[in-house]
Design a binder for this molecule. Structure first.
Ligand code: AMP
Ligand code: MG
Length: 343
């Protein structure tokens, strides 16, 4: 199959919509990461997503909508807290968990009795949903185990020959996947952190809880509420270690470890902040500490670059857990299998 990367013109959006209706896959930009979309109401179309990604069958997909009226057929109930959150933060980087209706095929929910739904804000994502006249099931458009794609080129690296069309909307602004929230009870529970932060949830909901697996590895066979959390996603080939503590200590430890790796014939890289001095060592920028949103938008591209360059060791500076920093540390932590050195 020939994979085309196309500007999202009206004509390409119409073509993309037609492909979705015909049961084919289309990759498209969202404000979080690029998605790999299929008609969410067609189990056989959705199966193609799992094939193209090499994704485990027990990892559910998020259904993307462009109008609130698309929710009713997909769910059996809209919990009060979900309504409060969607009023505040849709369209945007937030997925809500609903009890699913029979219209949602088991392939989408991976056998769960719930469905995750999100209304993205990206104009191309919304235009594709509108043009297809279908809700679109879409996970991130990477091969399973690779970092999520934040540019059309990243999608092409992973999906060339596997899908007909990639709509190119430039680089994604948020850069990490959506916040997944279970709002079926009185207190919303964040299952996966993302662009809508715990602080933002608390402002409108009065309270918020974090799932215990956000900053901890999942033990073999352990049950998790957000199935994706148990996979060691985002894993670069380089051994990845995170350093947390005062900047001076972090910089010193990273430099020492970097130099030792070079001496023993390795090829290290640093994921660090621009205002920290690493001399002429190779640094992939996370922006500056006061702006964790920069780290969010750069992290996945940096993890991909490690593989492209054949790095053997990645030494990462920890980001503050505040705001979107929690999402950055969740993804970085999983890339490093939570190998975090506290200094
Ligand atoms: P991706 O779109 O690749 O980031 O993956 C979607 C992730 O959303 C899954 O790995 C789950 O962790 C989460 N998710 C999707 N649907 C549900 C659901 N019904 N219940 C809990 N988590 C979900
Ligand atoms: Mg993913």
């Amino acid at each position: 199959m020939i994979t085309t990367i196309a500007e999202p013109t009206d004509e390409q959006l119409q073509y993309g919509g037609r492909l979705i209706r015909e049961g084919q896959l289309v990759a498209f930009p969202t404000e979080t990461v690029y998605g790999l979309g299929a008609n969410a109401l067609d189990g056989r179309a959705v199966e193609q997503i799992f094939k193209a990604k090499g994704r485990p069958g027990d990892n559910p997909l998020i259904v993307h909508i462009s109008e609130l009226s698309e929710i009713a057929p997909l769910v059996t109930d809209v919990p009060e807290m979900a309504r409060i959150l969607m009023d505040a933060y849709w369209p945007g980087p937030m997925t809500l968990i609903f009890p699913k209706s029979d219209a949602v095929p088991d392939e989408v929910s991976a056998g769960l009795d719930t469905v995750g739904i999100r209304m993205p804000s990206h104009p191309v994502a919304r235009a594709l949903i509108t043009s297809s006249q279908r809700p679109i099931a879409a996970p991130s458009a990477n091969r399973s185990g690779r970092p999520s794609p934040t540019t059309a080129q990243h999608v092409f690296e992973d999906m060339n020959g596997r899908i007909p069309l990639i709509l190119d909307g430039g680089a994604c602004s948020v850069g990490v996947e959506s916040t997944v929230i279970d709002a079926r009870g009185d207190v919303p529970v964040i299952l996966r952190p993302g662009g809508i932060t715990p602080e933002m949830v608390k402002i409108v909901a009065g309270a918020v809880r974090l799932d215990e697996h956000i900053m901890a590895p999942v033990a073999e066979g352990e049950r998790v509420r957000s199935p994706g959390m148990k996979y060691r996603h985002y894993a670069p080939k380089a051994k990845t270690v995170i350093f947390e503590g005062s900047p001076a200590r972090v910089i010193k430890s990273i430099c020492d470890r970097y130099d030792a790796e070079l001496t023993s014939g390795g090829f290290p890289a640093i994921l660090g902040f621009d205002n920290h001095d690493y001399g002429d060592r190779h640094v992939l920028s996370l922006g500056i500490p006061a702006h964790p949103d920069e780290a969010a938008s750069r992290l996945f591209a940096a993890l991909r670059e490690l593989d492209t360059e054949g790095r053997t060791l990645a030494l990462c500076e920890a980001v503050s857990l505040e705001g979107i920093g929690l999402a950055v540390m969740n993804r970085m932590g999983r890339a490093a299998a939570f190998d975090i050195i506290h200094l």
